[in-house]
Ligand binder design. Structure first.
Ligand code: 5AD
Ligand code: SF4
Length: 468
C-alpha cells in the first residue's frame, strides 16, 4: 500500500483511487499492467491516456505480458484483418489467464464499441473480464473497481461526453507527442466503421489543446501531431465555434523550436483559409495527408465522400502552384463494391497527375453495419489484388522520380531513430520526407541540416551539414 501515484487525474476520484489501491496492493507491493494498442495514431494516443489512468491507480507498466497482473488490448476495427489480428492475439493470451486466473483481461477501443462484440467475446473469449468502448474510457476505473468487488463481466459501450481532460497521458515517445483535438466523426462514408464506433464529433476546447502543446514544447517535445478523425471540421460543435485553421494559427504562434503535423483531413472541408495557414505557417509542416480514396466520381459518390475528382484536383493545384514542393500523401481504397476497370483507371490517372510523396493503400474490407456492406459486389478478389499491385507499381515509379527533386538541396531533418543500416539515422524533414543519413545516435531527437545526395523510392539519402 501507500504507492506514489499521480493524483491529477480527474476521471479518477479520490474514493475510487483509494478503493482500487486497497484491492491491488492487498497482496503485492508492485502490480504490473501491459497495454497494447492496435490501429491508428488516435488509438495509440488513447492507449497513452489509458496508461496514464493505470499509472495513477498505482500500476507499473510492463512490456512483458507474462508478468502482467492486468492485460489490456486497445483494439482497431477499421478492416477485417485488424479484427482478426486482435482475436489472434487474444487467443494466444488465454494461456496467461489459465496459469493465473486472478489476472485481469480488458478489451477496449474500436472493436469493443461494435454492437455485436460483447456477446461474441462472452461466447468465444470468456476469460475477458472487462470490455469498454472508445467513448466510455472515463468509466474504466469504475469497471475495474466493480471487477474487484465481484462483477463477472463488466461491460460499458455507451457514449459519455468526457473529453479525457485531466488525464495525464503516459507518453511512449521522448520527443514526438500526439495531441487529440477532437473525437468521433459525422461523415458516414459508406465503407467506414468509424462513425459507429467513435460516435459523433466532439471538439476539445482550444484552451486545453494550447495548454497541452505549450507544456509539451516546454518539456522539449519537437514534433506535435494533432489528431482527429476529421480535423478539418474541428470546432464546429464548440460553444464558441472556431475553425481548425484558427486553432492551427494559434499553435503556430507558440514559441519554441518544434514542428506541427496533423491527421486526418477530409477534402470536402479543406478550405482556402486552412490551406493558406498551412502554406504560411512557420512551424506547420508543408505537408498534407489528404485521403482521396478513389479517382472516380462514381465511386466517390457511392462512398458518400461529397467531393469530386475535379474539386480534389483544385486543392492540389492551389497548394502546388504556391509551393511546387508541397508534399502530399493519401489513402486509397482498391476494390470498393463493383469498382469497374475504368473506375480504377481513374484512380491510376489521378495518382499519376498528383505525384504523391507517399500513399497508404487498402483493399476494401466489408464492415458489418455500414452502407457499403449492403452493396452488390461482382469484382473478384483476384481482380482487387491485381489492381492493388498495379497501383503499388505505379506509386514506386512515381516516388523514385519525385524524390529526385531533393538531390543537391539541404533539408532540415528531425532525427527519429537508428536505421537498419549500421551507422545511419532515419528522420523526417518539415514536409514529412523520410531522410536517411550517416550520423551519431546522440543526434536522435534533434533538428539537423542534411544535404541530399541520393533519391530512393521510399526515402532520400544525404550527408550531415557540419558546423550548424
Ligand atoms: N476497407 C478498406 N479500407 C478502409 N479504410 C477505412 N475503412 C476501410 C474499409 N472498410 C481506409 C481508408 C481510410 C483509412 C484510415 O483506412 O482509406 O482513410
Ligand atoms: Fe482503427 Fe479507425 Fe478505430 Fe483508428 S479510429 S483504431 S483506424 S477503427
Amino acid at each position: 500500500m501507500g504507492k506514489q501515484t499521480n493524483s491529477c487525474v480527474s476521471i479518477l476520484s479520490k474514493e475510487v483511487q483509494e478503493a482500487l489501491q486497497a484491492y491491488i496492493f492487498a497482496q503485492k507491493d508492485t502490480v504490473y499492467a501491459y497495454v497494447h494498442s492496435f490501429g491508428c495514431q488516435l488509438n495509440v494516443s488513447d492507449g497513452e491516456r489509458i496508461r496514464g489512468i493505470l499509472t495513477a491507480i498505482g500500476y507499473t507498466m510492463t512490456e512483458d505480458v507474462a508478468k502482467a497482473d492486468l492485460v489490456l488490448l486497445n483494439t482497431c476495427a477499421v478492416r477485417e484483418s485488424a479484427e482478426d489480428h486482435v482475436y489472434g492475439v487474444l487467443g494466444n493470451l488465454k494461456q496467461y489467464k489459465q496459469a493465473h486466473p486472478e489476472r485481469i483481461f480488458v478489451l477496449c477501443g474500436c472493436m469493443a464499441s461494435e454492437k455485436h462484440t460483447p456477446a461474441y467475446v462472452r461466447k468465444h473469449y470468456p476469460f475477458v473480464d472487462i470490455l469498454f468502448g472508445t467513448a466510455a474510457l472515463s468509466q474504466f476505473p469504475r469497471l475495474l473497481l466493480e471487477h474487484f468487488q465481484g462483477q463477472k463481466f463488466g461491460c460499458d459501450a455507451n457514449e459519455y461526453d468526457a473529453m479525457y481532460e485531466g488525464i495525464v497521458p503516459a507518453r511512449a515517445h521522448p520527443f514526438k507527442a500526439a495531441v487529440p483535438v477532437m473525437f468521433g466523426c459525422n461523415n458516414f462514408c459508406t465503407y467506414c466503421i468509424v462513425p459507429y464506433v467513435r460516435g459523433r464529433e466532439r471538439s476539445r476546447k482550444p484552451e486545453r489543446i494550447i495548454e497541452e502543446v505549450e507544456a509539451l514544447v516546454k518539456a522539449g517535445y519537437k514534433e506535435i501531431m494533432l489528431l482527429g478523425q476529421n480535423v478539418n471540421s474541428y470546432g464546429k460543435d464548440l460553444e464558441q465555434p472556431m475553425t481548425f485553421a484558427q486553432l492551427l494559427r494559434r499553435i503556430d504562434a507558440i514559441e519554441g523550436d518544434f514542428v506541427v503535423r496533423f491527421l486526418s483531413s477530409h477534402p470536402k472541408d479543406a478550405t482556402p483559409e486552412l490551406l493558406d495557414v498551412i502554406l504560411s505557417g512557420k512551424k506547420i509542416g508543408h505537408h498534407l495527408h489528404l485521403p482521396v480514396q478513389s479517382g472516380s466520381d462514381s465511386v466517390l459518390a457511392r462512398m458518400n465522400r461529397r467531393y469530386t475528382v475535379e474539386s480534389y484536383q483544385k486543392i492540389v493545384s492551389y497548394l502546388r502552384t504556391r509551393n511546387p514542393d508541397f508534399s502530399l500523401t493519401t489513402d486509397i481504397i482498391v476494390g470498393f463494391p463493383n469498382e469497374t476497370e475504368s473506375e480504377f483507371q481513374g484512380t491510376l490517372d489521378l495518382v499519376q497527375q498528383v505525384q504523391y510523396d507517399n500513399m497508404y493503400t487498402f483493399i476494401y474490407s466489408k464492415r458489418r453495419g455500414t452502407k457499403a456492406a449492403e452493396m452488390e459486389d461482382h469484382t473478384t478478389d483476384a481482380e482487387k489484388r491485381q489492381r492493388m499491385e498495379r497501383l503499388l507499381t505505379l506509386q514506386r515509379e512515381i516516388a523514385a522520380r519525385h524524390n529526385q527533386r531533393f538531390v543537391g538541396r539541404t533539408l532540415r531533418v528531425l532525427f527519429e531513430s537508428e536505421s537498419k543500416r549500421d551507422g545511419y539515422l532515419i528522420g523526417k524533414d518539415n514536409a514529412f520526407i523520410i531522410v536517411e543519413c550517416q550520423a551519431d545516435p546522440s543526434l536522435i531527437g534533434t533538428f539537423q541540416n542534411v544535404r541530399i545526395t541520393k533519391a530512393r523510392n521510399w526515402a532520400v539519402e544525404g550527408e550531415l551539414v557540419k558546423g550548424e
